[in-house]
Design a protein around this ligand. Structure first.
Ligand SMILES: *Cc1c(COP(=O)(O)O)cnc(C)c1O
Length: 410
């Protein structure tokens, strides 16, 4: 075999040997709590009750959105035909951007928005365009990979700051005399579910004349009275804010947007290469997203957010009752749909995942290096489409698994 292929294969074999090789499963049915999946290597599909999707409001398979997507395709066809600056920018894209700008205008003066194919690209665009050679990017240490990659693409110097450590960041900003400073943080941390101290970060941005870039991937649609996200939940307002929201999670479709002062958005259109040099998403996607925004801000969205909150409370109450007294497993302090149950070592996390699997339940086991050593966890993600009975089933199975000793007898 080609030597080059051998090198790749050796590396994959190495992952296999450490049980770190990642495998995909095939979803045979739409995204929903009960989903038929064909697992890697399996011959027959299984129907499982899942707790790992980002479909927090249960909109990913909503009939109204499927209908809107089909309607969008009938109106605009399937392909956009080009990049936004050439001819791919449709009326549906423009309407969506206007609507999102309206949504964000209470929090960002003179807000405009810019639609992207994915959140990954939106983050690359913001950080590479605003993080020029004269800038320093202050990056929260638990930031999402797309923000890390955006910082790599930027010409700016990058300084990490410790998780949620406002005092440390304050000192780092004070010691920096670069003309442009960008503070960059996830709003909701994806492996822990906690919310960043965004109000305190904004106060630092004002004090040190910096931008504050907030990635609200897990907050948009869910947080705030009408689902506008973390800025609404915390009642923040500033022209220093650059908000990235993703539209493939709670919004149930695909894509992302950046909302910021109109001059920032004008600048991104001129300078953000991940915006300029790619084909615009299908206009039908934007058309479906308009329907999604209506659901999110309407009565149905409010009901779904209330249902999600009820499931979060049920899970936390139920789990606290079955946590082992020896402290060998604990529940992270999370107010969001992401509820990590920290169980310590990798073997225990994998064992518990297998026990849940035997009950037809799927929960992701997250291990180092994704999380710090000794904090392997079951990452439970809840959705408004989970029923009370679904969460009870999970609680029963977790209670049983937690009742066993943390260390397997040798
Ligand atoms: C999912 C996610 C993204 C990427 O968004 P996509 O639209 O899936 O590309 C960016 N940031 C965070 C924090 C995310 O969780």
């Amino acid at each position: 075999m080609l030597r080059l292929l051998d090198r790749l294969k050796d590396e994959i074999d190495g992952l296999d040997a450490q049980s770190l090789r990642r495998r995909r499963q095939i979803a045979e049915t739409a995204c929903a709590p009960e989903q038929t999946l064909t697992l890697a290597g399996a011959t027959a599909p299984r129907t499982m009750l899942g707790f790992s999707s980002n479909d927090y409001l249960g909109l990913a398979a909503h009939p109204a959105l499927a209908k809107a997507l089909a309607e969008g395709a009938a109106l605009y066809g399937t392909g956009s035909g080009g990049s936004h600056l050439i001819l791919g920018h449709s009326r549906a894209h423009a309407q969506l951007e206007e609507r999102l700008a309206d949504w964000m205008s209470p929090f960002i003066p003179q807000a405009r928005s810019l639609f992207f194919c994915t959140g990954y690209m939106a983050n690359l665009a913001v950080l590479s365009a605003l993080g020029g050679a004269d800038a320093v990017i202050f990056s929260e240490s638990l930031n999402h990979a797309s923000l890390i990659d955006g910082a790599r693409l930027a010409k700016a110097r990058v300084e990490r700051y410790p998780h949620c450590d406002v005092a440390a960041l304050d000192a780092q900003l004070a010691a920096c005399d670069a003309p442009v400073k960008l503070i960059v943080s996830d709003a909701v941390f994806s492996m822990d579910g906690n919310i960043a101290p965004v109000a305190e970060l904004l106060a630092l941005a004002e004090r040190h004349d910096a931008w504050l870039v907030i990635d609200d991937a897990h907050g948009f649609g869910v947080l705030g009275a009408t689902g506008r996200g973390v800025l609404q939940a915390l009642s923040l307002r500033s022209e220093r804010l650059v908000l990235v929201g993703t539209l493939g999670k709670a919004a149930g479709v695909s894509g992302a947007f950046v909302a910021a002062h109109r001059t920032v958005i004008d600048y991104l259109v001129q300078r953000a290469r991940p915006y300029i040099f790619t084909t615009a998403a299908p206009p039908a996607v934007a058309h479906a997203l308009l329907a999604s925004l209506s659901l999110i801000e309407g009565e149905e969205g409010a009901e779904r957010r209330a249902r999600l909150r009820a499931r979060i409370a049920q899970l936390r109450r139920g789990l606290k009752a079955v946590l082992p007294a020896d402290g060998s497993a604990w529940l992270a302090e999370s107010p969001t749909a992401i509820q990590p149950l920290i169980v310590g070592d990798n073997a225990r996390a994998m064992r518990m995942m297998a026990q849940l699997d035997a009950h037809g339940l799927r929960v992701g086991a997250i291990r180092p290096p994704t999380v710090p050593a000794g904090t392997a966890r079951l990452r439970i993600a809840l959705s408004a489409s989970h029923s009370e009975a679904d969460v009870s089933r999970l609680l029963d199975a977790l209670g049983e698994a937690l009742a066993q000793p943390a260390k397997e007898a040798a």
